[in-house]
Design a protein around this ligand. Structure first.
Ligand SMILES: [Zn+2]
Length: 313
């Protein structure tokens, strides 16, 4: 989950609503003069124009008024939430609220269905957004922030052992076929900021989400290509072989390094590889591994790296 999403900015008028959500309470304005319930928060009652509005806690019981499923992120930061179920729900008090449905499959969603509130935590500072789910769902289980850490690598079959002196076996590794995908790693803004500090490359296209949202062709910040490249170390590849019989293994560099597609902040990335070339040279045996890192779901790679590994007997 991205920590680079636009967060609510409370105004003097709306602050009680946002503070209420932080405390897992749903507060809605009601007019003391005519009893009309009011949402969004306003300065005066839209029915009788009185300014005498009170914040009252409601239980959030609601029905689904309308919804749509979006499959293309409106900002790159939301790619991890696709498909999003955007909805208008009607509280028992009669007000309608724009929100997201969570914890519901598309085939479970029906206009008029009963809903309950989910006080969804969206950052480490305790900011919560009001979302809704079905009344038969575990609303509390849908509240916490999704895990930020890498997902575990899938179980892999035992690797084929190949001796460095077995030239034909080494040559047989060369293939046009890529391996299975690695585990997934999240590239969030905190990681990009860390890399900016470490490398000294703090160009705004990487580090200034507000400016990037307005001015960058990518609609938000993107990770440094060099950062995405080194994150390969966090992605476990399922190559299906293991080479033995060497004393030293050296990263000899790269024959080709390209960054064909951007990695927006908040993206989930994974990688795959193939053995491109095996050369038996006097200094040792050189294996060229073509590593491709992709944003999950994207055909175009974000990194192509023809990595050269030198094995010395
Ligand atoms: Zn009123």
């Amino acid at each position: 989950m991205s920590n680079n999403k636009p967060m609510p900015v409370a105004t003097q008028i709306s602050a009680p609503f946002w503070e209420g959500l932080k405390a897992r309470r749903l507060l809605i304005q009601q007019c003391n003069a005519c009893a009309h319930w009011n949402f969004y928060p306003r300065r005066h009652c839209p029915v009788c124009l009185e300014h005498d509005l009170a914040w009252r806690e409601v239980d959030g019981a609601a029905t689904l008024y309308s919804y749509t499923v979006t499959r293309i992120a409106t900002l790159p930061d939301f790619m991890d939430e696709m498909p999003q179920k955007l909805a208008v729900v009607e509280l028992a008090e009669g007000v309608r609220i724009n929100t997201n449905l969570v914890g519901l499959e598309e085939n479970e969603i029906e206009i008029g269905m009963s809903l309950q509130p989910v006080f969804a935590e969206v950052d480490a500072k305790g900011t919560r957004l009001l979302r809704f789910t079905g009344v038969d769902k575990d609303a509390a289980g849908l509240e916490p922030l999704p895990a930020q850490d890498s997902e575990p690598a899938p179980e892999q079959p035992p690797a084929r052992q190949i001796d460095l002196n077995d030239g034909p076996a080494l040559q047989s590794l060369v293939s046009e076929q890529y391996s299975d995908w690695s585990n997934v790693v999240v590239v969030d803004q905190a990681l990009i900021d860390d890399f900016a500090r470490l490398s000294g490359d703090d160009y705004w296209i990487h580090t200034d989400p507000e400016k990037a949202r307005l001015q960058s062709p990518f609609g938000g910040t993107i990770a440094h290509g060099a950062l995405v490249q080194v994150l390969q170390s966090r992605m476990k590849l399922a190559l299906g072989f293991e080479i033995s019989g060497f004393t030293t293994q050296i990263n000899y560099g790269s024959d080709r390094l390209r960054f064909p597609a951007p990695v927006p902040a908040g993206s989930r990335i994974h990688s795959r590889a193939r053995v491109k070339k095996v050369e038996i040279l006097t200094r040792g045996t050189q294996l060229t591994l073509e590593l491709n890192i992709h944003v999950v779901g994207q055909d175009r790679p974000s990194v192509i790296n023809d990595l050269v590994i030198l094995y010395m007997a």
